[in-house]
Design a protein around this ligand. Structure first.
Ligand code: SF4
Length: 80
């Protein structure tokens, strides 16, 4: 079950998570509004979650109800 980056990342993109991810599965360009976790590459290590200064990262089954759509948003990013 992958981790998911939710709404608080929008406009922040701190990238502390990118620095700690052991499999380099967190991406986003300067033009993107937020960062995204590749659900097919994430190994569920949880290292990124405490690094996020705005608490935007959750395990998939712990994503708050109001941000459930971000599960699909993260996955869709890697289907482009
Ligand atoms: Fe990377 Fe681990 Fe976070 Fe998945 S849980 S995005 S593997 S740091």
């Amino acid at each position: 079950m992958p981790y998911v980056i939710c709404e608080p990342c929008i406009g922040v993109k701190d990238k502390s998570c990118v620095a700690v991810c052991p499999v380099d599965c967190i991406h986003g360009t300067d033009d993107d509004t937020q960062l995204y976790i590749d659900p097919s590459e994430c190994i569920d290590c949880g290292l990124c979650e405490p690094e996020c200064p705005v608490d935007a990262i959750f395990m998939e089954d712990e994503v708050p109800e109001k941000w459930q759509n971000f599960i699909q948003i993260n996955a869709d990013y890697y289907k482009k």
